[in-house]
Write a protein that binds this ligand. Structure first.
Ligand SMILES: [Zn+2]
Length: 250
């Protein structure tokens, strides 16, 4: 993967900047500098909370607002006399940072893991979990559902049912690509729960397909990830998919 070093001028690459230099930068440049020097990826669907210091989200919001105001200006919208758009830049900045893309800026929700004391080893299905996201390509909404199948073993950690929805929401509240979102969710659950088998199915409606382009109004996209026992055992896979079909028709 190519690294983005454009944020750091050639002469400064590999050199630490003083706190004073950093403080003089816009918050977005400061955070970008930390990410680049730590060699961390910061794609649209990456979480960067560890690189955002206290108070910087407010500064980011102000920056996004100012740039958004410029976008409205470039669209030749008279935000001075149009009462509908006077506060639009501010509203959009708040919506991005605090709401629809908060999964980039907020740390992972706290999740307590329990040892599998009862040694549960039966297929467990969580879902449908309602998903709200946005596509990275057009920043249009994505609405959908996710089902998670877990086959625990005696060494697995268990997490509360509501936590699956919390983790899914954290990953989806970013500009996403459905295939990558499903893989990210699978990786997160694999690391925490460490089951014998993990299956995830996501079915979602992409609003960029309705609103623009082909204007296809019937275009749900389905993605799945199967790991461990779900890959090896066709019966288990069938059991998961049949339970999911039944839940869907309720
Ligand atoms: Zn799109």
């Amino acid at each position: 993967m190519a690294k983005t070093l454009s944020a750091v001028p050639d002469t400064k690459r590999g050199l630490l900047r003083s706190e004073e230099d950093l403080a003089a930068m816009p918050a977005s440049e400061r955070i970008r500098y930390r990410l680049v020097t730590a060699d961390r990826r910061f794609h649209a669907n990456d979480n960067i909370a560890a690189f955002v210091h206290e108070g910087e989200l407010e500064q980011l919001k102000a920056e996004v607002q100012a740039k958004m105001q410029e976008v409205l200006r470039a669209l030749v919208i008279d935000t001075d006399s149009d009462h509908n758009t006077q506060e639009t830049a501010k509203r959009v900045a708040k919506m991005y940072i605090e709401e629809v893309f908060r999964g980039r800026y907020q740390p992972m929700p706290a999740v307590t893991e329990f040892p599998n004391a009862e040694r549960l080893n039966e297929l467990m299905i969580v879902g449908p979990i309602t998903i709200r996201s946005s596509c990275s390509h057009h920043m249009c909404p994505i609405f959908g559902k996710v089902w998670i199948g877990i086959l625990p073993n005696e060494h697995s950690n268990l997490i509360g049912l509501s936590k699956y929805a919390r983790i899914a929401d954290w990953i989806m509240s970013r500009p996403q690509i459905q295939e990558e979102a499903v893989t990210m969710l699978a990786n997160e659950l694999q690391d925490r729960v460490r089951p014998d088998g993990l299956a995830i199915v996501m079915e979602a409606d992409h609003f960029c397909m309705h609103w623009r382009g082909v204007k296809d109004s019937d275009s749900a996209m389905v993605n799945s990830v199967m790991r461990g026992a779900f890959l090896k055992d066709a019966n288990l896979r069938r059991e998961f998919l049949s339970l999911l079909a039944r839940k869907d028709s309720r």
